[in-house]
Design a protein around this ligand. Sequence first.
Ligand code: SF4
Length: 363
Amino acid sequence: MWRVFRPDAAAVLHDKKARKSLARYFAVMEGKLPARFLVCKRVEVKIDLSTSDEELWRAHERGLKEFRRLLSRIDEGKVKLEELKQPDVSLLDLKVELAKRILKSCHFCERRCGVDRTAGKTGVCGVGERSRIASEFMHHGEESVLVPSYTIFFNGCTFKCQFCQNWDISQFPESGVEVSPKTLAKLTEEARKNGARNVNFVGGNPDPNLHTILETLNECEVSLSSVWNSNMYYSLEAAKLLFGTQDVYLTDFKWYQNSCALRYSKVPKYLEIVARNHRLAFADSELIIRHLVMPNHVECCTKPILKWIVDNLGPMVRTNIMDQYRPCYMADKYPEINRHITSEEYGKALEIAKEVGLQNLEH
Ligand code: SF4
C-alpha cells in the first residue's frame, strides 16, 4: 500500500493529463502491467557474451526489436509476463555486458573521456569502477506522480555546475559508500514492499553509474517503475542501453544557449546532446521534463526551451517549471546568478509556457 504524505501525490492519481502522458507508468504503479526492465529480462538474445563488440551491438539491435514486439503484446493483454520463461541470455544480460565493456574506455557520457575505469583510471566525473552512493531513502519531495520515490543518490556528476545545490555529492565522487548491485536490488525490493511508487536513480548523476544501475535492475525481481533522473548528457551508446529499461525519464533541460551551459555548467555542446537525448527518450518511453528557471536566463534559455518542447515533443509532455533555484557552491563568483529568482521571472516563465501552448504542467 502506498503511504502518501503529500495531498498532491494522492490528487495526481485523478489528474487526467498526468494519466494520459504517463499512462504506462500509472499501469505499472497500479500493478496492471510489468515494469519495462522485467520485460527486457524475458527477451532472449542468442549470442555468446564473449564475442566482439560489433556482434554484441548487432544482437542488441535484434533484441530491442523483439523487446518492442513483446512489450506491445504484453500491453495489449495478449501475453502475460509470468507465462514467459527466463532465457539463458536475456537482453538485459547483454546490456550489462555492453555497459561493462564501455567502462573500459568510458563513454557513458558525451565527455567521452576514454579512460579505463576498470584499471583504476577516472575521467572528468571522477567516478571509479565501483559506484558509490551518498544516500538512499524514500523521497517525498519529487514530482507528485513520483512520490513516494525510492531514490538512490550516486556520488559524482558529468557536469560542473557552479551553483549546484548537491555539490557535496556531485563534486566529491570519492565520498559516500561503495555499494553493489545486489545490495541495491535488495533495497529496491524492500522499498517496493514499503510503498515506493518507483526506484529513482539520481546523484550527482546516474550516467557514470549506468553499469551498476543495469545490473541492479537485472538482480531485481519486483515490478517497480525505474526512473532515470539525469542531466541528459549521456552518450548515444548509453541511450541505446537505456532503451527498454526505463519507465520514466525524469530529465533536466536547463540551458538553451551553449555559451550559458559552458559558463555555468562547464560543459560543451549542451544543446545538441541534450535535445537529441530528449527526442530519443520520448521515442522510447515516458517523460517528465524539469526546467529550473535561472536568474537572468528567462529570455535566453527558458523561452526557447519551452518552445522547443512543444515543437519537438508536443504540448502534452509533463513539464515541471521549477522556481526553487538558490545560489550555492560557487555561485558567488557569478553575480548575475548569485540570487534567487524574482516572482516576476517565475511569472514570466509561466506566461511563456501558456503562450507556447504547454498543457501539462506539474503544479
Ligand atoms: S561518465 Fe565520467 S569518465 Fe565516463 S565519459 Fe563521462 S565524465 Fe568521462
